[in-house]
Design a protein. Structure first.
Length: 294
């Protein structure tokens, strides 16, 4: 196949373009375009390609996916980042040689994307959007300059953020059904794993045309804390909260919001509207190495 590579050499283990080129050629593929993080991501489409490969962390993968949305060119992932949530969710967490070897036989799969509209405009997301615990944890990690630390260290920062977190009053409408209350967290998930490998639900399927929505109130503080402690200890099971499922979501009252890994401020008097775009692009999955659950 003719391959275009969107590459972030600074991610994770710093695998070089030359190393990736050698792996591609070993399996009969031809590298026709290389774009690194300093270039415009749209340049990955400058030449005819059969496959776009995102080599980096979640930010690199999401950027490439946004470029490919609505196009017929499939996406494959070579995970080089720290968390690699998108790779985990899309069955692409395996040795690079194993992933590349499997592309010729992989069955292309649909990948949904989400769109969120608020006072900051419109944003596209692939992992999740939410308020409460997750943006509080992201902000705390950035304040401690720990965005590139090991996931277990970052989870500890999230747990500290939970201890300080106060419930906030929001109105949430899921496919038209509305509720108002005091919440510690609302996460609208397209994929199961977000942040420092936090699996908030294993029901989120990025190709089923629906979001999984995880909602936590003060009543669930101990559940959240126990889950974060479990993750710090190396456990892999998901958060023990039952998600709801919806395609259209409106939330009033959000202030600090995250859209994937980006933090945004929104006007609490304005509604954030969230919708799903089913099968917005296709990807080539890896061998689906199932993570252990303990």
């Amino acid at each position: 196949m003719k391959v275009a590579l969107f590459h972030n050499e600074d991610a994770g283990d710093g695998t070089s373009v030359d190393e990736i080129r050698a792996l591609l050629e070993r399996h009969g593929h031809h590298l026709v375009q290389v774009v690194d993080k300093e270039w415009s991501a749209e340049q990955i489409l400058d030449k005819h390609t059969d496959l776009v490969v995102a080599a980096g962390g979640d930010g690199t993968v999401a950027t490439a996916a946004r470029v490919l949305a609505g196009r017929a060119i499939p996406l494959a992932i070579l995970p080089l980042g720290t968390a690699n949530n998108m790779a985990r969710s899309l069955c692409s967490e395996a040795p690079l040689d194993t992933l590349i070897e499997g592309w010729d036989h992989a069955e292309p799969q649909p990948l949904d994307l989400g769109t969120a509209r608020g006072s900051w405009g419109e944003r596209v997301f692939f992992e999740s959007i939410g308020a409460g615990l997750i943006p509080a944890g992201i902000a705390a990690a950035k304040a401690q300059q720990s965005a590139t630390s090991k996931p277990a260290d970052a989870v500890g920062i999230f747990r500290d953020a939970l201890a300080r977190l106060q419930p906030q009053r929001w109105t949430i409408a899921l496919d038209g059904l509305s509720t108002t209350g005091e919440f510690l967290m609302v996460e609208v998930l397209n994929m199961p794993s977000i942040g420092p490998n936090l699996v908030l639900t294993d029901e989120a399927n990025p190709g089923d045309g629906s979001f999984s929505v995880v909602i936590a109130t003060e009543h669930h503080r101990d559940v959240l804390d126990e889950y974060l402690r479990h993750r710090i200890d190396g456990g892999e099971r998901p958060l023990a909260l039952t998600p709801r499922h919806a395609k259209r979501i409106e939330i009033l009252g959000w202030s600090d919001v995250h859209v994937d890994d980006q933090l945004l401020r929104t006007n609490t008097s304005e509604t954030v509207s969230i919708a799903i775009e089913p099968a917005a692009l296709t990807f080539l999955p890896g061998p689906c190495l199932a993570p252990s659950r303990s």
